[in-house]
Design a binder for this molecule. Sequence first.
Ligand code: SF4
Length: 488
Amino acid sequence: MNTDKSNKKIMLIYPPGKAYQRGEDRCQGNIENSAATSIHACNDLGYVASGLHGLPYRIFLKDYPVEKGRVSDLISDFKTFFPDLVFMSITQATIFHDLDTIARLKTLHSGLVVVLKGALFFDPVDTGLSRLDLSCVDYLIGGESDFVGARLIHCHFNNKSPHHLGGILYKHQGAWIKTDFSRFEDNLDCLRFPDRSLMNNQRYTRPDTGRAQATISVARGCPSSCIYCLTPIISGKKLRQRSPENVMAELRECYHRFKIHDFFLKSDTFTLDASWVKRLCHLIMGSELCGHIAWVANSRTRPLEYETLALMKQAGCWLVAFGFESGSPESLIKMGKGATVDDSLRAAGLARKAGLKIFGFFMAGFPWENMDHLKATEDLIYGINADFIEIHIPIPHAKTPLNHLCTVTGQYSVDDLGHDYFASPATGTLHLSKGQIQDFRKRVLFDYYFRVSYILNRLKDTIKNPKALIYYGHYALRLFVNLVRVRP
Ligand code: SF4
């Protein structure tokens, strides 16, 4: 191996293809087929880049889907930059396509080192890996790549074994060796901020204004046990937060250095620790950013107090996203949500009272569900009347309790790879076919978004913000095309 690292070139990419939320391992959402979601910044690549700062590497970073880049563009960039190592963020849905892309790059440079990162590689059982042709791949990162990505690359070019790095797999004498997947890093403040000087920040935008929106990861982990969710597995059940001061420093860097005024404060459960939220809000309100930034965050429906939401609003929050999931009490209990229909209605009421817009996420198609369960969810959707909604068909991700349940009940196709929330590998429920669930999703979304009262409400938004008309129009067109298209 060449140990002269002074000229090593590192290519960090989201490969060409459909836009997926590649950096968010928990959901890996398909953006193009979604009802109203927007793409978030490629922070996972930015973290690797910042982790290599001060070390003698040359870095090329590109998110091809948001740049509308094609495979030919990637090939051209590859030939020009001619990297020694490619780091690619993958998803469960795109993995076959991603591996094809890697194979093409490998034909251009047989000595290319390949690192793939994604939740698919979190502590995998052998049978999972054996379904993939990983012959062109050198390393897999299933743990927290923001902590280990740069260190792994540095280990490689210094001929050091990466066995001490948690959450990875490396090849040794032709076999995959797994390192420790049992521990999570507690000190999130020790991470450098993602290198936004290499990202095309203007490509990640707030959906109603088109202004640049940065993603800032503020916390991770969740003590809940929703049977479909990857978070407790890949991020742990302990809530781990950055200090509010450290988050403020990143907000300031984005605002002053990159002129970004809009933010997604990313966390699995932003409002879980109300005292932490209040400290952050007070810091924002006491800073020069107060009144000049706007942000969105996720929240559980409980625990949740009006005081927290009102303070968030004062500190610039304009939208809060809730996973309401279902209007069926039975489904909420069986999915382990730890919240009731009343909690959902209460949370939505509090958010509205605080002046916040609401994004409601719902799910349809759990193994036990029939049309009555789905009808209860539809009733809740209208009962809450959120500003934006999405309905996901649950994916039985490996290692989740839902995966076990679907396997036991037979509601699971053999291969879970290559699927997403809109074309789940679940073959249906005990009572409904997969087609019936997909048709339910499309009908409800169509009826919800294209009713007169909803359109009038969005038009009201455009009085204060006329530009929103263009952006809402864009999303409405995308939704219309997705809903009238033949089901996947
Ligand atoms: S509340 Fe449930 S869905 Fe949300 S992050 Fe926690 S486990 Fe996942």
